[in-house]
Design a protein around this ligand. Structure first.
Ligand code: PPS
Length: 569
């Protein structure tokens, strides 16, 4: 009976087709919120039952319960705050009880929401409780402080239509579609494997072993919504997964794509992943070492212990309604030409393994990736999207005071890179940008941030498409520089160069006569005189310009780019 109910339909938040058409017309008059990419992912899983039993974005009481002890106000287990964060100005226009329309980024109305709650959350507390530390090295904490709006809205959602996906449509399933599929195939025990990485032979071995151990069928359930910044893009990964799928014995295994926005919250995330898989009709779930780990904190230590996720999952396993299957670290035993769990390796044999870091290095440098490690089809796909670094796009981001020499060095660097050839080079100098892209902006904090973000956006597009972007603004604020770095590092390398000419020297040179005007108070908010400059703490390179000629400064940058593998030696 329990097994059968696992595959019975799960409640969704959608209204019928006819009601949806009507509601859509009515909703056109409502105040609209344009959903962020993360909110679109959350909304999709709310509407299709992936986040069952949630009926909308969390109310304040539910949020407090979830943050404090992983429970909704009625006591139900739920470890992750699913909140609708909005800007203060938008929140100010909303009365409690009001209906709002939720639109995707093209303006299509996906749902309406009745706002029952509106509050300003204590984000530091949320970070501490949910993610374990108020440390912006954690991607979700960084998101919370630097991307999420100040106010949260809560309330039930009425689903009108699913977000549209143009890619891999046949591979995307709602919980009810998966349940129906399992029912049709007569699958009763299903072990789910969560992943945000390409699969190699060891993964194939461990997942199939897990399925055999649980006497279950296997669901490869990769996340294609939002994963950790810097991960392999989902298009590439799905092509890789499709190749690996063929390696499992016929009719034992299937794959479905999950449009989840991960938070990298380790133990809490594991419990959340379990609940989501339960909703998708699974009975077992593979939890690995450092499941959904966010990497190192700002002290260089792991945020969570390696087995914290497994421990927390085990504690709540009965309530989740899903059995945990241990993830075995598999290694290749050379003499037997076969994979073994690391704990079962025959004594005296030679063990081969390639870490994730080593694999990325080999891809970056175009080195060999052996067949015992991965399937040739997978390696081919990865090489297609990750050409060696010396062929990828990148950004050089100069920062420093006005008159420090940024533009001059940037110009010299551009010419040297063009002399080498191979990639298009674009110079986004502070003055050029202010003339062409940011002509309406002044020098308030808000305007400077906007200016730098525009530069970051253009540079990220150039980097993504294999070019070299050289930026040379003052960029006085560390937080904004960090945001730009993150945006660009999704697509290629980011080399921050601090042109460390002192303010005294810049003022002495005063090439544009601006320092004099700033001292006289004729230019307000002048960087270094009447406006702050955050000195970069860990730039890739710091160049001194006093008593060093421009050629030499540009050469130092070239050497740095060479040591980063970005230009051939
Ligand atoms: S920022 O802060 O990064 O947006 O600045 P940026 O776009 O690089 O523009 C800096 C150039 O604008 C001139 N300028 C000022 N700089 C700093 N503060 C104030 N208030 C200001 N007003 C005008 C200045 O010439 C800078 O040029 P560079 O090339 O840096 O000398």
């Amino acid at each position: 009976m329990t097994m059968l109910s696992n595959l019975a339909p799960i409640p969704e938040l959608y209204v019928s087709y006819e009601s949806a058409q009507k509601l859509k017309l009515e909703a056109a008059d409502l105040l609209s919120h344009d959903l962020t990419p993360r909110q679109i992912c959350d909304l999709e899983l709310l509407m299709n039952g992936g986040f069952h039993p949630l009926k909308g974005f969390l109310s304040e009481a539910d949020y407090d319960g979830v943050v404090d002890n992983m429970r909704l106000s009625d006591g139900t287990l739920w470890p992750m705050p699913i909140t609708l964060d909005v800007k203060e100005e938008f929140a100010d226009r909303i009365e409690i009880g009001q209906d709002i329309a939720l639109r995707d980024q093209e303006g299509v109305i996906l749902a309406t929401m009745t706002v029952t709650d509106k509050w300003v959350p204590n984000k530091a507390r949320e970070a501490e409780k949910v993610f374990g530390a108020d440390d912006v090295a954690h991607p979700a904490v960084n998101y919370l402080h630097h991307t999420a709006g100040k106010v949260y809205l809560g309330g039930p959602v009425t689903g009108i239509q699913q977000p549209v996906h143009y890619d891999f449509r046949a591979r995307r399933d709602t919980p009810n579609e998966l349940r129906a599929y399992f029912r049709k195939l007569g699958w009763r025990r299903i072990v789910a494997f969560q992943t945000r990485n390409p699969l190699h032979r060891a993964h194939q071995e461990l997942t199939f072993r897990a399925a055999k151990e649980a006497q279950a069928n296997l669901l490869i359930h990769p996340v294609v919504g939002m994963t950790k910044p810097g991960d392999v893009d989902h298009f590439t990964r799905v092509r890789c997964y499709e190749a690996v799928l063929d390696k499992y014995p016929a009719a034992t295994t299937t794959m479905s794509l999950l449009n989840l926005a991960m938070r990298m919250a380790g133990p809490r995330e594991a419990v959340w992943h379990g609940l989501i898989r339960k909703n998708h009709g699974c009975t077992h779930f593979i939890v690995g070492r450092d499941h959904a780990g966010p990497g190192k904190n700002s002290q260089g230590q792991d945020f969570y212990g390696p087995y914290d996720a497994q421990d927390l999952f085990k504690k709540y396993q009965d309530e989740i309604g899903l059995e945990m299957v241990d993830f075995k670290h598999m290694v290749f035993v050379q003499e037997r030409a076969q994979y073994y769990p690391v704990s079962e390796v025959p004594e005296g044999s030679t063990v081969l393994d390639i870490s994730g870091t080593e694999l990325r290095r080999r891809l970056r440098e175009g080195l060999e990736i052996p067949e015992w490690f991965s399937f040739p089809e997978v390696v081919k796909e990865l090489r297609r999207t990750s050409p060696p670094r010396s062929k990828q796009g990148f950004t050089v981001f100069f920062t420093g005071f006005s008159g420090s020499g940024k533009s001059t060095i940037a110009n010299a660097l551009m010419v040297k890179l063009m002399e080498m050839g191979g990639r298009p080079v674009t110079l986004l100098d502070g003055d050029i940008v202010r003339k062409n892209l940011s002509s309406e902006l002044g020098f308030s904090k808000e305007h400077r941030d906007l200016n730098i973000r525009r530069i970051g956006y253009v540079a990220s597009e150039i980097t993504k498409n294999g070019g070299i972007a050289i930026c040379a603004p003052i960029a006085p604020y560390a937080t904004t520089r960090r945001a730009v770095r993150e945006e660009i590092e999704q697509y290629g390398a980011f080399c921050e160069v601090h042109v460390a000419t002192s303010i005294e020297e810049c003022e002495r040179r005063d090439r544009k006569g601006l320092y004099k005007l700033a001292r006289e108070g004729k230019i307000k908010e002048f960087t270094g005189i009447s406006d702050p400059y955050d000195v970069p703490e860990n730039p890739e390179l710091r160049v001194e310009t006093e008593n060093v000629d421009v050629d030499n400064c540009a050469h130092q940058v070239l050497l740095m780019l060479e040591s980063m593998g970005l230009i051939a030696g």
